[in-house]
Design a protein around this ligand. Structure first.
Ligand code: HEC
Length: 147
């Protein structure tokens, strides 16, 4: 058994070595990547991400900060961390869909499933422990609501 493993490991190394570019070609490896997610913030209003964590990073964190702690600048950004107002899912859903003051409305930018994903994410992270799942149907019901 051990021998088979050793052979596989060696084979993997040989394969990798064959695939790897010559050392000179890798000089810029590890530098900052300029083609990552942040671009979506200034792009069209539609977000391609589908999971809550990625959506939070591209759509929310610029104001609410990476750990949901909020902050103050041009406006005051409430903390989402440990926020009891997230206990009823309708509140954050309505906030994300329809906005409020300096909080933008994402109604036209996020699908029902995307809103459900990002709201589920903030309700189960940053010290929030609201485990009941937010469904796309719930979002759909609140989308047409007048604000
Ligand atoms: C441009 C900055 C900005 C972005 C981007 C933003 N928010 Fe907000 N958010 C705010 C501000 C400002 C408020 C406070 C609004 C008010 O006072 O009525 C707020 C309020 C909220 C609230 C209510 C908090 C409370 O305690 O009442 C929730 C929930 C929320 N945002 C979630 C999100 C989510 C989720 C996203 C990403 C999909 C997001 N926000 C993106 C600025 C932003």
């Amino acid at each position: 058994m051990k021998q088979i493993l050793a052979v596989l490991v060696i084979a993997a190394f040989v394969a990798l070595a064959a695939l790897a570019p010559s050392p000179g070609a890798r000089a810029d490896e590890g530098g900052p990547s300029s083609t990552r997610a942040g671009a979506s913030l200034t792009g069209p209003t539609h977000f391609l991400q589908t999971d809550g964590e990625s959506l939070y990073h591209v759509a929310c964190q610029v104001c609410h900060m990476p750990n949901g702690q909020g902050g103050s600048g041009a406006a005051s950004y409430p903390a989402l961390a440990g926020n009891p107002k997230l206990s009823a899912s309708a509140y954050p859903i309505i906030m994300v869909l329809h906005g409020s003051k300096a909080m933008p409305a994402f109604n036209g930018a996020l699908s029902d499933a995307q809103v459900a994903a990002v709201v589920s994410y903030v309700r189960t992270h940053f010290g929030n422990l609201y485990k009941d799942k937010v469904s796309a149907d719930e979002v759909k019901g609140l989308r047409s609501m007048a604000h």
